[in-house]
Design a protein. Structure first.
Length: 391
């Protein structure tokens, strides 16, 4: 009898995994491929009768534009911290007032994440930086040789950086000393970007450009398991791209992940065993709760899948061609999705219908929103940070 995939308990943590946002670990001679936003024709937005009175609490220009890099906001107890270009800054969560800013001499290419009073980011020159959460003062810099694409939260004295060469680096949070490293072979062609490694209990889980997902001991880097989500297929290098680059979503003892030109999968966190897999191509990732797995495919369809089986519960096609971000759950009944035209869409998780829409950054969105209780924080491509309250 097939063992059920458990998603009931939040024992391991709740983040979310599913999608492929764009990962680009590189060997010599490999190529980077940016997502083409105009491949699918843009579908005209329907007018909606808003049934939810969402409200823009504040909106600020942070001067942290990030057109291509997937740099997401990070929330502390009292601040939203954002980065882009060569600047990182902190903004009061309630008022949007500036708290501090710090200039970096290199382009920021990975982050923002943190923990234990420290903020971390990475640059295109391969430098990992740690900053004081309250002041922005640089605490240490560690050179990792190649461009940094993403990094985990900091936990139990470790912070995990993912570089463009397919390598994972486990660093000590207080000193920046490299404790362990692992590297996966990377294909000739891959999407630009990398999924954020997620820390689940004593392990860190990361996706790679070769279609693999792997778990390692957080403290010493010992391999716990490794599984292949998608094998390269097709007659050319573009068709063979199988990057696991989107948001990874642990839920209870389950993990949900997707790959480009591949599948969406439900995985056992303890063993890496794939319990179910459905054909689904995504580079954005997803969010999950016990009632559904929510993701956007490469065409722009939004899906709700049944967590135990992966069977579709609904599909919404109103955002085709709009390059929607990974959905982010607000409570259990709402998701928020940004698009490349600068809209933030609020969708009922029960039926896949729009309940509200707000115009945010006119340059659009390429990273998912962050949610804390009933407040949504969204950072757009031109550096506009918007805080929205949901009743």
């Amino acid at each position: 009898m097939k063992k059920r995939l458990l998603v009931q308990s939040a024992l391991w943590t709740t983040v979310l995994l599913l999608g492929l946002q764009g990962c680009s670990g590189q060997n010599a001679g490999s190529q980077l491929f940016s997502q083409q936003e105009a491949i699918v024709p843009l579908k005209k937005l329907k007018d909606i009768n808003a049934s939810l009175a969402v409200k823009t609490q504040w909106k600020v220009q942070t001067d942290s534009a990030s057109v291509n890099s997937k740099i997401h906001p990070y929330l502390t107890n009292n601040a939203v911290i954002v980065a882009g270009g060569k600047k990182i800054s902190a903004w009061d969560k309630l008022t949007g007032n500036p708290l501090w800013h710090q200039s970096i001499n290199e382009r920021i290419s990975g982050g923002v994440n943190g923990g234990n009073g420290i903020i971390f980011l990475g640059t295109d020159h391969g430098n990992a930086l740690a900053l004081n959460e309250k002041t922005g003062k640089i605490l240490w810099i560690k050179h990792l040789d190649t461009e940094i694409l993403s990094l985990s939260i900091a936990k139990n004295g470790r912070i995990i950086f993912r570089t463009i060469d397919g390598k994972l680096h486990g660093l000590a949070t207080q000193t920046g000393n490299i404790i362990w490293q692992h590297q996966q072979l990377t294909p000739v062609l891959s999407l630009y970007g990398a999924s954020t490694p997620v820390i689940v209990g004593p392990y860190v889980v990361a996706g790679f450009d070769n279609g693999k997902l792997a778990a390692y001991e957080l403290q010493n880097g010992t391999t716990v398991w490794e599984t292949t989500l998608t094998l390269p297929r097709g007659s050319n290098e573009l068709d063979k791209m199988v990057d696991v680059d989107g948001k990874l979503s642990p839920l209870g003892s389950a993990l949900f992940a997707t790959s480009f030109h591949g599948r969406v999968s439900g995985i056992d966190l303890k063993t890496g065993k794939v319990h179910w897999a459905k054909k689904h191509s995504s580079y954005t990732g997803a969010d999950a709760n016990i009632e559904g797995v929510y993701t956007a495919d490469e065409a722009g369809n939004i899906w709700r899948l049944e967590p135990q089986t992966g069977n579709p519960l609904w599909k919404m096609d109103d955002l085709i061609g709009r390059a929607p971000t990974a959905p982010t759950l607000i409570g259990s009944n709402l998701i928020v999705v940004g698009d490349r035209k600068g809209n933030l869409h609020f969708i009922n998780t029960r039926n896949g219908q729009f309940v509200a829409r707000i115009k945010g950054d006119p340059k659009g969105y390429n990273v998912a929103s962050k949610v804390e209780e009933k407040t949504v924080y969204s950072l757009g491509r031109s550096g506009i940070l918007t805080a929205i309250t949901v009743p």
